[in-house]
Design a protein. Sequence first.
Length: 406
Amino acid sequence: MRAPSEPDRGVFQRTFVAEATRAVAAGVIETSLATFAVFIAVTRFESGPAIKALLLGSPALGLLGSLLVVPLVVRLQIRASRAAAGVSFLSMGGFILAASLPASEPAFIVGTTLGMGAIGMAIPLQTHYLRINYPSHSRGRLFSIAIVLRALTALLVSWGFGEFLESQPDRYPVLLWSFVAAAFVSGCCQFLVPSEAIQAGGSKKLDFLQSVKLSSSDKGFVLLLIGAMVLGVGVLSSNALRVDYLVNPEHGLNLDVKTVSLITGIVPSLVRLVSTFFWGWLFDRMDFFVLRILVNIVFLAGILLYFVWSDVRVILVGSALFGMARGGGEILFNLFVTKIAPSANVASYMSVHTSLAGIRILAAPFIGFFLVQWANIPVMVVFCSAVVIVSIFIVRRASVFYRKNA
């Protein structure tokens, strides 16, 4: 089947400008999840492990919620970009709640969880309008540009916010209002993107269970999903402790806000920024399974260097490796299905992939925090490293399966 006609230049340009601007706003919001939400929870409210895990797991709620949002958008025949804008304005509402009552821990937790979590609901809607509005021959390159813009913004904003809070930590409500503004800009950008309503096809409905049945019949894909789940548990469980490990006196480091911003925000964002195009180049040229294993190895090295040694210089190297692996992991997360699934089934495979990602993102922070609470950091490191190694062997097995059935 021939691909649909390419978009006209006006549609493409309007979409690119809107998405480039939205990437900047997304970079501002990203610092909330990466550093400052947990930092505020620990230093201002002295929140427990369950609260910190909830904050870090909030994106998973959005990924799971997309299973409800997409069928609703199809049923109501709302334009995809307008629906995505509505989701961003919902995120803005959450941040408004947190910013309006900055001294209230419940308002902060509920507001930031909603603000950070709602964004994930719009991912399938964004994929829909970008697939239509971007030329097929440059869609991947344009996707990489958005990643770089978002990472660069997160780098600069993380440094700026760290400087801003260094002398007066009580000024954190200003950050919350900044997240409100970023969510508003994101929603406006999406609202201006040209798009049409999503069509459900001949069945007149979207059936998630049908997607599960379709993808589960591919044993190689099931192995990759299992490998992704195992890897996610290891990486995300350790990631949940990245800020707490540096600021919580129980772990012995108790670093200042500028150093924490450097380690958790600036360094990984900078390395991710520099490495994104390199990973994209490898994705187009390297065997997918070899590349997946390589990214997993980088994640493993990052975990070991970050948590095993207390030397800040070694922790910085571990943080840099995490940023590098995240750059490759983000490209693989969004594009790997195109390497595996039959062309007609890409959307169905992707829906299963993203929903399972939501489950592991939600569960992993709780695993990480409670491993440390019940045991200690070394036990958490052993557990996370072991499951990452297991994921490498699962990917290897999937590779053998696909080669035998090629």
